[in-house]
Design a protein around this ligand. Structure first.
Ligand code: SF4
Length: 695
């Protein structure tokens, strides 16, 4: 055995950035373990992070560029690959303008800075992300409400935590890893859990509110109702710092009596009262919320209403409440990416920009408008695409439309580790490096006060880190970039006064925590107040006050479907092993979760002759897929809960079984189902039927 090196880096198998010590021997990573000095993860790693070597060294991983010739993949050099892409993109720009090229990413692996810079300098406003329904949507909604994203201040020792549609022990490290929540809980914080499913958190909660899936915004209104009726709000804060408090109060008192909230949400009104009272009277208290609240037509208004709860109870930017972190002083993605240099003329061409104004403000498009553009030429036709680390065929609702659109695109480039069902539709495949092969200022925790150093541990095959791919392709397009990735990182770090070489030795930078900043300078909104009456939405012609709108397909809005589709499908059940459509190749992880699971209440299963472990068809008006039944009495008998993200890498044809268990085939992506301001799709809920798959 040769020299053994230990390298400190940061995981990126999900959004977390957990600290890692990687052991490298003979140029190969042989072990990863948690870094006990990490300020984010304190030495812990989850199953996904621990299994990274099985991803990096997987025999199916593609480690060289390829082009498709007569339907078959052929190995090519980086020069040929990048020259081919640059030539094609230049042809498209000359014939149709840069807006005819869509640049896409999935959850993002800390390369947004480089991806957006590439897109902006190309001149296309069409960047397709998951932001319309995942995390960026809460950033956008809170930006217009209180100027920044309010995050649970676990370090400030909350005395009560409202865990709203989230299980941080398994997922969602965007708002702290489960370890911070767990420490606060163990220290005695009370816990309210809001979740349709009795999971890890609900089992430990002091109060569990089992709501009808997707009715979170109505429940938040119910909390406000109690707080207003019982005058539990912070009088000074609401009078001084909330714009539109009286108008909002009037709406809540008129439209949301608890009886109505109970009817909408299925949560007993006395329980709502008890929970709202506990939240408003226990100080400090924080709300930790998950993406299901955003993945509905009420995306923007849930976030605004929840922010209103934090504000009305005096928990906003207060120690132990929901705080507006001060970022470390590195360059912002917007500045690095030169957002301002995308001309007004090009911005005006953003697909769906006139309709989904809030989404457009944070510079993304929703998938639906991309598919319509490709398939129907509305309002103009996308001709080429570059998709980096994203698998929309599996992860976007209306999956059949996504598949058809990507198949129809004239020219598609995929940047990924594996040939996923989406990558198989491409003309050029560019092999990306995993986080073990990447130098970067990892900034997914920036809104939580940290940036951390991700250090390259190894190089594997001919794979390049995504940042280098954008840089080298950009140079071929005549764009201005640096010679090396590390020089671009020096630029990102410049305002902090450190270089990449210095930063990787320090390991992380932390912004200074300052509470109650609004007392000095107000909130960063047009009125300098928390805008429950949003002047921005008002200017754009939307309802300035938040409200609940019934889900587009539900027992209430489409009762005519109930006879054929009697159950509410609550899709997107998270697992500790997979990150959306990723990780199905890794043996350790597949051993833990070999099959897609659909949870069915035992009473319901009995009616359909379904036994635990049976394969079950789940059908909606849009199609049918199958998952394996797990009988579980922690859900309402009228609700079935299914995993998302499934395809089968072990199936070797180019489709890789994309349509067998892909729950997003069942989901509607019509415009009428979306959040009107954000374009968030209703990817979590629809009506369905179930039936045992007969052998
Ligand atoms: S939580 Fe995310 S970042 Fe942390 S170890 Fe797991 S996959 Fe990696």
């Amino acid at each position: 055995m040769g020299e053994i090196k230990k390298i400190r880096t940061a995981c990126r198998n999900c959004h977390g950035g957990c600290g890692v010590i990687a052991t490298v021997s003979d140029g190969k990573v042989i072990k990863v373990e948690g870094d006990p000095e990490s300020p984010i993860s304190y030495g812990t790693l989850c199953s996904k992070g621990l299994a990274v070597t099985q991803m990096a060294y997987h025999p199916d991983r593609i480690l060289h560029p390829m082009k498709k010739v007569n339907g078959q993949w052929e190995r090519i050099s980086w020069d040929e690959a990048l020259d081919t892409v640059a030539t094609k993109f230049k042809e498209v720009i000359a014939a149709h303008g840069p807006e005819a090229i869509v640049i896409g990413q999935g959850t993002g692996r800390d390369y947004e800075s480089h991806l957006y810079r590439f897109a902006n300098m190309l001149g296309t406003p069409n960047v397709l992300t998951a932001g319309h329904m995942c995390y960026v949507s809460r950033v956008a909604s809170t930006l217009i409400t209180c100027g920044n994203l309010p995050i649970c201040d676990y370090r400030g020792e909350p005395k009560l935590i409202v865990m709203w549609a989230c299980n941080p022990q398994w997922t969602n490290p965007d708002e702290y890893k489960g370890v911070d929540f767990w420490k606060a809980y163990k220290k005695g914080a009370k816990l309210i859990c809001i979740d349709p499913r009795k999971g890890f958190v609900a089992k430990r909660a002091h109060l569990w509110l089992q709501l009808r899936p997707g009715t979170d915004a109505a429940l938040a209104m119910g909390f406000h109702r109690v707080i207003m009726e019982e005058e539990l709000f912070d009088r000074e804060f609401t009078a001084q710092y909330i714009h539109g408090w009286e108008a909002f109060r009037e709406r809540v008192m008129k439209d949301y009596p608890l009886e109505r909230v109970e009817e909408i949400t299925w949560v007993d009104k006395d329980l709502i009262r008890q929970a709202a009272r506990l939240y408003a009277t226990t100080k400090p208290a924080c709300i930790h919320w998950g993406v299901p609240t955003e993945q509905t037509n009420n995306c923007t208004d849930f976030t605004r209403t929840a922010t209103g709860l934090m504000a009305a109870t005096g928990n906003l930017d207060a120690p132990g409440g929901n705080v507006l972190y001060v970022n470390p002083p590195t360059r912002t993605v917007a500045e690095f990416a030169r957002h301002k240099e995308l001309s007004l003329e090009q911005r005006a061409k953003r697909l769906g920009g006139e309709q989904y104004k809030l989404g457009a403000r944070v510079a993304f498009i929703t998938p639906k408008v991309a598919w319509e553009s490709i398939l129907e030429g509305k309002p103009y036709q996308l001709k080429a695409g570059l998709l980096c680390g994203t698998n929309p065929v599996i992860t976007r609702d209306g999956a059949r439309e996504a598949y058809a659109a990507l198949q129809a695109l004239d020219f598609l480039v995929a940047i990924d580790f594996f040939l996923t069902p989406t990558a198989e539709l491409a003309d050029i495949f560019l092999p990306a490096g995993t986080w073990l092969e990447q130098n970067h200022v990892a900034d997914n925790w920036k809104r939580h006060g940290f940036v951390v150093a991700r250090q390259k541990c190894v190089e594997i095959g001919e794979a390049w880190q995504d940042h280098k791919i954008f840089m080298e392709l950009g140079k071929r397009m005549g764009q201005q970039w640096w010679d090396t990735v590390e020089e671009s990182l020096d630029y990102l770090l410049e305002p902090a006064g450190v270089t990449w070489e210095e930063f990787k030795k320090i390991g992380w930078l932390q912004g200074e925590m300052v509470y109650h900043k609004y007392k000095e300078r107000g909130f960063s909104t047009p009125t300098r107040k928390v805008e429950l009456w949003s002047t921005t939405l008002e200017k754009w012609g939307f309802d300035p006050l938040p409200k609940y709108v019934e889900l587009p397909e539900s027992p209430v809005s489409t009762p005519e479907l109930l006879e054929r589709y009697p159950y509410i499908l609550n899709a997107g059940l998270r697992t500790p092993t997979f990150f959306h459509s990723a990780n199905r190749q890794q043996p350790w992880l597949r051993e833990i979760r070999p099959d897609p699971i659909v949870e069915i209440h035992p009473e319901t299963a009995r009616k359909h002759g379904i036994q635990d472990g049976d394969w079950v068809y789940i059908e909606s008006p849009r199609g049918r897929v199958k998952e394996r039944a797990k009988l579980y009495d922690g859900i309402n008998p009228q609700v079935v809960v299914a995993e998302h993200g499934w395809w089968y890498p072990e199936i070797k044809d180019p489709g890789h079984g994309w349509d067998i268990s892909n729950i997003n085939i069942l989901m509607d992506n019509a415009h009428r189902t979306m959040d009107p301001a954000m374009g968030a799709t209703n990817i979590r809920n629809c009506l369905c039927s179930i039936a045992r798959v007969e052998d």
